[in-house]
Design a protein around this ligand. Structure first.
Ligand code: ATP
Length: 470
């Protein structure tokens, strides 16, 4: 059920930051770079820098923790990106994984129909209507040229496996990870001895030849997904599982810091549903460019296992020992993007505030997501004993957490730098530390400082990290 009251709140939940602010911080501080930049870049592919790779790994770890580690009914899988090409015929992707594309007769630019100015609110039926461009008087946003009628454009990238490039060697780059879980259903269920209901979780790269990618890492052509397929008894059990997963998945984003007022649910209209879905609700976030999908929760019925069983001739039924029934399980899927989630946490954590007349930019990232948990800073880098103590402390802390040492500026500036990348704790070693064996621990959000014995710092950081997990 879509919460329409929340939809109406869209104007009172403005985005937390401008897109340009986040893109520039991401580049300057080493979160995300354009791919192959020295050659002018490649559209819709992005590289994660030293801080970005930490953030994205932490997002994936937080998802795995919630979806696999903390559950005894879900197990993990890491299937190949390349699969038997028949998988994509059976799944319906070869036939219908496409978007409506229109092309300008003069400048030849191509657009996704539903992203053209004037076409944003079109229904799925409109999007399939060949006369829609004419009917709405849509023109090319670049030069006002005449646009073609929409045609379907398949989003899958293809290649050829082996040395011969003929139809028999055609392979697809997977556009979703889910199919790996379906074709491995028997292998996973048999080896793990899981009883229904149980789930298979996967994190991995997916590829889509998007017609109009953009908005930074929001829509890319190469991206990472975090998907979980939950296998249940047919019918009502799927409805019940759907109703449980929806609030659970929405809550995951708030658990890691996203302001609930910038999250809402949106149900797909019947004519908008993907070919496999009986019901679909998106968790949406208020991005700087509007409300957009973060994650989809789908009731896929027996579409996938049923289709694969018919096409492969394999028996993909589950035997329920309690009721002695054989049946094809139904699937409730939670499908999220790792890049979109990392982007969301980054945007939502950003804030600018005034401290004693000076501007301070802070990434209020949840400590579990922060690239560095702790920075060790010497107050006087000219004193070798202070530097040695700080470096030894960093090495000690680094056995448990990502810890960084920095002495390239005065302490005030070093604090600001760590605030801007979201480091929750800074530890300063000063002259007194040499005498009393204690250091100053500063907290990012409150900026409060406390004196702590050197040997207690590691425990304190680990305790606070554990407490932040809730
Ligand atoms: P959209 O409507 O934004 O194209 P979708 O409905 O096709 O997305 P799904 O197929 O449900 O998306 O994929 C699940 C999740 O994977 C999305 O919610 C999103 O977080 C992520 N995702 C999908 N396509 C992309 C992309 N091109 N770039 C980055 N993340 C993506």
């Amino acid at each position: 059920m879509t919460d329409t009251r929340e939809r109406d709140r869209s104007d009172v939940a403005p985005a937390v930051a401008e897109l340009e602010t986040i893109v520039s911080l991401a580049k300057r501080r080493g979160f995300v770079f354009p791919s192959s930049e020295i050659y002018g870049g490649i559209n819709a592919v992005w590289d994660y820098g030293p801080l970005g790779v930490e953030l994205k790994n932490n997002v994936k770890r937080a998802w795995w923790r919630a979806m696999v580690q903390e559950r005894d009914d879900i197990v993990g899988l890491d299937a190949g990106i390349l699969m038997h090409p028949q998988v994509w015929v059976t799944s319906g992707h070869v036939g219908s994984f496409s978007d409506p594309l229109v092309e300008c007769a003069t400048c030849h630019r191509r657009y996704r129909l539903d992203e053209l100015p004037g076409a944003e609110g079109l229904s799925a039926t409109d999007l399939r209507d060949e006369s829609v461009v004419e009917r709405l008087g849509l023109v090319c946003p670049n030069d006002g040229g005449q646009l073609s009628a929409p045609r379907r454009f398949n989003l899958m990238f293809t290649s050829h496996m082996g040395p011969v490039e003929d139809d028999g060697s055609l392979v697809y780059f997977r556009p979703e990870t889910a199919q790996g879980s379906y074709v491995n259903f028997k292998n996973v269920q048999g080896s793990s001895r899981k009883k229904i209901p149980f789930g298979i979780a996967q994190i991995g790269k997916s590829f889509r030849n998007e017609i109009s990618p953009g908005n930074f890492v929001f829509r890319m052509r190469e991206f990472e997904q975090m998907e979980m397929q939950y296998f249940v008894r047919p019918g009502d059990a799927a409805t019940a599982a759907f109703d449980e997963w929806l609030p659970e998945r929405r809550a995951w984003y708030s658990r890691y810091g996203v302001d609930p007022s910038r999250l809402r649910l949106r149900e797909h209209a019947p004519d908008e549903l993907a070919h496999y879905a009986k019901k679909a609700i998106d968790v949406e976030y208020r991005f700087p460019f509007g409300w957009k999908e973060l994650e989809g929760i789908h009731n896929r019925g027996d579409f996938d296992l049923g289709s694969h069983a018919r096409a492969s001739g394999e028996n993909l039924e589950y035997f329920d020992p309690a009721s002695e029934e054989h049946f094809i399980p139904w699937v409730v899927e939670t499908a999220a993007g790792a890049d979109r989630a990392a982007f969301t946490f980054l945007i939502d954590a950003w804030r600018e505030e005034e401290v004693r007349g000076e501007k301070r930019v802070v990434l209020g990232l949840h400590p579990e997501l922060a690239p560095y948990k702790v920075a060790v800073l010497p107050l006087l880098k000219k004193r070798p004993e202070i530097v040695a103590m700080a470096r030894a402390l960093r090495a000690d802390l680094a056995r448990d957490v990502m810890a960084v040492y920095d002495d390239t500026a005065a302490i005030g500036k070093l604090y600001r730098r760590q605030d801007e990348i979201g480091t929750p704790w800074c530890v300063t070693v000063d002259v007194e530390s040499l005498e009393d064996g204690a250091v100053t621990v500063r907290e990012r959000d409150t900026m409060t400082q406390a004196r702590v014995p050197l040997e207690g710092v590691g425990r304190l950081i680990l305790d606070r990290l554990a407490a932040s997990r809730g």
